[in-house]
Write a protein that binds this ligand. Structure first.
Ligand code: ZN
Length: 143
């Protein structure tokens, strides 16, 4: 393991042990999407609140492996405060990076770059994707 991989692993474990923005609200101004990954037991719910084209809040809750739960936390921190358009560009490029598709390396993925190595482990790609796909689902619902 090189230094960069070691650093990435530390970021993932920190978000797994101390998840940010965890916990859901009963508030109709939030859109909610729930996704399960039966192959690994991941079960994640994401809520977002979009006001005037801006992602003002992102919440998540659920259970799953370290990759899945940490990526939900990283996703919430990365996308909260962005415009809806910026958030969708980051999410699209992140998901393309994971699945070994072409992506725009000039887009700043912020901490989400730590999942770069997941693309080498096909079984884990879904783990690192579902929270982001759930976020995209909440944006679609808010339209
Ligand atoms: Zn998983």
């Amino acid at each position: 393991m090189n230094n960069m991989e070691n650093l990435y692993r530390q970021v993932i474990m920190d978000h797994y042990k101390h998840p940010r923005n965890k916990g859901l609200v009963q508030d109709p101004s939030y859109k909610t999407v729930h996704i399960k990954n039966p192959t690994c037991g991941d079960d994640i719910t994401v809520q977002s609140k979009i006001v005037d084209g801006k992602v003002v809040d992102v919440l998540h809750d659920g259970t799953g492996c370290s990759i899945c739960c940490s990526s939900a936390s990283v996703m919430s921190e990365t996308l909260k405060g962005k415009t809806k358009a910026e958030a969708m560009i980051i999410s699209e490029n992140y998901l393309n990076m994971l699945s070994n598709k072409k992506y725009d390396k000039t887009v700043d993925l912020e901490e989400a770059i730590v999942y770069e190595g997941v693309s080498k482990f096909p079984a884990r790609i879904k783990c690192a994707s579902i929270a982001w796909k759930a976020f995209e689902g909440t944006v679609e619902e808010s339209e």
